[in-house]
Design a protein around this ligand. Structure first.
Ligand code: HMG
Ligand code: MG
Length: 286
């Protein structure tokens, strides 16, 4: 039988680069996205339309979006924290937007300067316009198992916020182990709770590799039926508001891992290696 497909969402240009202290040249960001487009990704997260005061690295979002060569089979997604970011994303012809909330109140305050409830109200107009314009909207829940400020997060807290994002119209909710301290057991317990609210086909796993257990966490999520995973070429990443967080799980490692388990990803492994080398070359500290 044909092997089952798993989608890898490439997030290096956004989640990877947002944490680099040195400002990466806009042209290099464009080169990175173009190399990734050649690998055959269905979705690439390109940049964020956030406040440049908060994340200076993403200040060139409009220029990056204007400079990339778009592949017909690829959707180019961007993060939008509020109506202002959403309007700019539309002007830049983003194919998809993502709103981002947190399962932890402290992380919500540090990351987007408001409570979880306030963030949902802030996303509501974004969700309404996205729906009316037919723009697919993804939702992120950060700190689904661990928070850098609060420690362990209750599975029910992650499930509640995932439900709120789905209710806003997110076609998929990406569950983020933002600081990469999740264990497969904690991920499994979290997923058990979230699956009480959202079916597996509406979920994605977003693992950072701080503890080196991201692949085990992906295995736990595969067991629960999740078939979409975020990953970052070269393992770039971290989050400016999550001290100590390592990069996202490396796309090459995820691709190898999935193939070894008999899944198809549709990616060109050789081109992916090259794109990952290029991604690594953009790091301040290799
Ligand atoms: P605020 O300071 O509360 O709001 O920030 P504000 O409305 O007072 O805006 C502050 C300044 O930013 C103002 O400019 C606004 O005009 C401007 P000033 O008057 O000071 O010159 N501004 C904007 N500029 C451009 N685009 C915009 C925008 N909005 C306001 N859209 C805000 C609130 C949400 C804006 C801010 O906290 C922010 O931008 N946060 C983004 C933080 C971020 O990007 N974090 C990383 C992404 S999340 C993540 O990495 C986790 C994830 O990977 C999953 C996981 O791993 O868990 C997704
Ligand atoms: Mg992340």
């Amino acid at each position: 039988p044909a092997s089952e497909h798993v989608t890898i969402v490439e997030v290096a240009p956004r989640d990877g680069l947002q944490n680099e202290s040195r400002l990466v040249d806009t042209d290099d960001k464009i080169r990175l996205v173009d190399r990734l487009s050649d690998c055959g990704f269905e979705r690439i997260e390109v940049t964020s339309f956030v406040s440049p005061r908060w994340v200076p690295q993403m200040a060139d979002a409009p220029a990056v979006m204007a400079g990339i060569a778009r592949h017909p089979g690829t959707r180019y997604a961007v993060l939008t924290p509020n109506m202002r970011g959403f309007t700019a994303a539309l002007a830049a012809r983003a194919d998809e937007v993502a709103i981002f909330a947190s399962a932890s109140e402290s992380f919500s305050q540090k990351n987007i300067n408001c409570s979880i409830a306030e963030s949902i109200e802030r996303f509501r107009p974004v969700a309404e316009v996205a729906r009316s314009q037919g723009i697919p909207m993804r939702g992120y829940v950060s700190c689904v198992v661990e928070c850098p400020y609060e420690g362990a997060i209750a599975p029910a807290a992650a499930a509640r916020v995932a439900r709120l994002l789905a209710d806003l119209g997110c076609y998929e909710v990406s569950l983020g182990d933002t600081i990469g301290r999740g264990t497969p057991e904690a991920v499994d317990a979290m997923l058990a709770a979230v699956l009480g609210e959202i079916v597996a086909t509406g979920l994605a796993g977003h693992f950072h590799d701080t503890s080196g257990r991201a692949l085990e966490n992906i295995a736990a999520a595969l067991e629960r039926g999740v078939r979409v995973f975020d990953a970052s070429a070269g393992g770039l990443g971290g989050c400016p508001y999550a001290p100590g967080a390592a990069g996202n799980v490396d796309t090459v490692a995820v691709d190898d891992f999935l193939r070894a388990r008999g899944f198809s990803t549709g990616l060109d492994a050789e081109k992916l290696e090259q794109a990952a080398l290029f991604a690594r070359s953009l790091r301040s500290e290799p």
